[in-house]
Design a protein. Sequence first.
Lengths: 257, 205
Amino acid sequence: MSEVSPRKLSRRKLITTGLAATAGALGLGVAARIVQKYGLVPPDHGGIYGLGETLTYASQRLLTRHSLAREFPRSQISKPPFANEIPPFNDAFKRLQAGGFADWHLSVNGMVARPATFSLNQLKSYPSQSQITMLQCEEGWSYIAEWIGVRLSQVLQAVEVHPQARYVVYFSIDPDWWESIDMADALHPQTFLAYGMNGDELPVGNGGPLRLRLPRQLGYKSVKYITRLTVTDSLKGFGKGLGSASPEGGYAWYAGI
Amino acid sequence: MISHPRFYWGETGNDLTSPLFKLPIPASRALVPTGYGYVLPDQNGWSRYLHFQAAWVVVVTGLLYVIFSLFTGHLRKNLLPSKADLSWRAFATTIAGHLRFERLSEAEDWSYNLLQRLTYMFVIFVLFPLVIWTGLAMSHAFVSAVPETVTVLGGQQSARTIHFFVSVSLLVFLLVHVVMVCLAGFRSRMRAMITGRAPTPMERT
């Protein structure tokens, strides 16, 4: 009796554990459905890391929909501001730079009532906003700066975004460099089209004349040298359909962590 | 870590600020001044995906483990040191036994000794919570909702530095743990871990 019972017990435990695991897997299946329904699935949800990505994006989206990135006192601004390595500029950029960026334009199209093109001066005619936030690179380094610009929501309001819009795709003048964000981030009050830094023009090394500023995500989402925004309800038609250039290069689309 | 093997204290840190310390390794980014003149290939993309996937596995299994430990009495019976064991004398005896590479006692086949209990408690209730906490403290989205996560640590780069040391501690624990399992008899220990049964004297290796 005493010889047999421990074995029986462990087998029973094995079976209950197995059943619990199956129930867990079923639960996950149901959760996946719910998450799909509420738009909590990132575009790069395929592949072996898809589950982890989805859990991260879904939980952070639920937790942080309206929360504000930390802002810092002026005394904590990094001096001098760090400028990361930038890829060589193409001819289009050099031409605009030679003209002092006077002809730099931002075109906004897609699911909007009034597609438009804005010059830098037109963007600057909107109420100017500023934030002292940290730019954090996925590599590990960071700096704090004052970012000056116009809220992306302001520009989206001007072109009248359709209610079914779900993402804003934004493109650098470098055709290989494009990203996208969901509407929660696009309409977030700290999401800027930034044209100034630390009380001055935005230096070219930090993304001037125009970069996106998204302080709740890592630096690679704050694309430099923005020339085009497209509002859409699906990311399928862009590149490989993974949401942005980052997943195509092996990096996560959502970079809130 | 390899893309920026420099560690800082406080909120920010970059190539233009002085680090707390540097790891003596080349970096996978050309801009980092390492002095090696050699840039390692970039592995950050997939390793970040893997990292956060693994983080979810740790959080979910960790929570289940702690909840089950509380309800089944595993924590009280097997992990909390008994009152009698919590004396310097008992502590010294266990350590001395380890240092003399004494053979495991019969009791240690089915029960953790004092040193094991203290180590496991430390790993479960200090290192793992700390590594998760410091990890979340580095997430700008997470700290936008719960800023205290990072402010009490002294800043975002401080969180990264602590995260590094706690990860190293967990790695050291894992290595020592695996070595000890091998020394104690790999087959019998693995069997005991999976089935929950103590090996019979015949099975002791």
